[in-house]
Design a protein around this ligand. Structure first.
Ligand code: FAD
Length: 350
């Protein structure tokens, strides 16, 4: 008996061509139900904006949580493509997903939690510490969804810690204030310590693949959180590879965690170069480091590093897009993993 039958047993979602399947209750998104069943389903933003989970509905029915037309083209919609992160199963479903992905093997956890404290990292970025009721495993580079009562829908935030000895019930995030943003304006308005919230995760496919290739890690603004976690984990694991970390900020007052990044870089088994770069620093200031955009630093890297490196990028969508276009022009099929910090304003990207 399928979903919504008399006994309300879960229906089955079958993935073609792999033949893997998972139970769907129709109470959570197809993506979340797949991840909860340990299926390595491709995804990135989980909010219906990036299109990474796009799949063809071969048979069955789904109910959309948000309108897929924002992200999918009219041809894709006519061809029965859906966004599993924004679709609930309505009975048995068959999906075509060309490639299941290589993903860290962590169960998807939904847990209650408490916002246990905050600390200002810059004038507009807070370190936010959340204590979860259920232990929480993730791989450095991944992210969680936080849901606060009274705020519409969950918000995604990347884990900022990667060291193996981190407390399993404590999650740390770096959250930037988005002017006019519902969650972050609430967060920055006053001390929110003690607030009860819900956390789900881990999500995301930005994590350091084991490889001997040089790693080029590029972060902008609060995008430093997952890159810092990745470096801490790599230092812990004794990764031998050459690593270059580029951190773009507007001015010197927007830099943070520089000492932590330098410490992780020094602890790496392979060579690690850290380049903070400022795009809007006063020309007369005493800043002696790099100036310009992250793409200017990348353009100056040796050609042999650029052609061989794996790229891990995180931050504002325009920065990640510019980097991807720059590197795409330099090399046809290099490895490029990224999380774009999409929000309601940036989700309608052309
Ligand atoms: C995978 C992922 C990881 C992320 N990790 C981080 C992280 O580690 N740190 C971090 O700081 N951020 C991160 N983000 C971004 C984060 O999830 C939020 O989007 C961000 O904090 C803004 O949330 P908000 O509720 O304050 O803003 P929202 O309420 O979502 O609003 C965002 C902006 O859109 C505008 N807006 C709202 N509604 C509309 C509308 N209908 N039309 C046009 N504009 C509108 C608002 O005025 C505001 O300027 C991540 C995002 C993704 C997808």
């Amino acid at each position: 008996m399928g979903l919504f039958g008399r006994n309300r047993e879960p229906a089955t979602v079958t993935i073609r061509p792999s033949g893997r399947s998972f139970p769907a209750t129709g109470k959570d998104s197809l993506l979340n139900e797949a991840l909860a069943a340990g299926i390595p389903f491709p995804h990135s933003c989980t909010v219906g904006t990036c299109g990474t989970c796009k799949s063809k509905l071969v048979s069955g029915k789904v109910r959309e949580i948000t309108d897929a037309a924002i992200t999918l083209s009219s041809e894709e919609l006519a061809d029965r493509y859906i966004l599993p992160c924004q679709s609930l199963a309505r009975g048995a479903v068959e999906l075509h997903v060309a490639d299941l992905v290589d993903m860290p093997d962590h169960p998807l956890v939904h847990t209650s939690a408490v916002l246990s404290g905050t600390r200002a990292l810059t004038h507009d970025i807070l370190e936010v510490v959340v204590r979860v009721d259920e232990p929480f495993a993730y791989t450095a580079g991944q992210y969680a969804e936080l849901r606060v009562p009274g705020i519409s829908g969950p918000r995604s935030y990347s884990f900022a810690r990667g060291a193996a000895d981190r407390a399993k019930d404590e999650l740390v995030f770096y959250i930037r204030r988005t002017p006019g943003g519902e969650f972050t304006e609430w967060l920055f308005a006053e001390d929110r310590s003690g607030t009860a919230l819900e956390v789900a995760g881990p999500f995301g496919n930005l994590w350091l693949r084991p490889s001997g290739a040089p790693a080029l890690c590029v972060a902008g603004g609060s995008g430093l959180a997952p890159i810092k976690a990745i470096l801490e984990a790599a230092a812990d694991e004794g990764a031998q590879r050459e690593t270059i970390v580029v951190f773009g900020a507007r001015t010197a007052r927007d830099l943070y965690c520089v000492e932590e990044i330098e410490a992780a870089a020094a602890a790496m088994a392979g060579s690690c170069r850290f380049v903070p770069v400022l795009s809007e620093e006063d020309p007369g200031s005493d800043w002696s480091g790099a100036r310009g955009l992250v793409t200017d630093v990348v353009a100056a890297l040796p050609a042999d590093v650029l052609s061989a490196c794996e790229v891990y990028a995180c931050g504002p969508p325009p920065m990640v897009d510019a980097l991807e276009a720059q590197l795409g022009a330099l090399r046809a099929d290099g490895v490029f993993h990224a999380d774009r910090f999409l929000d309601k304003k940036t989700q309608r990207r052309s």
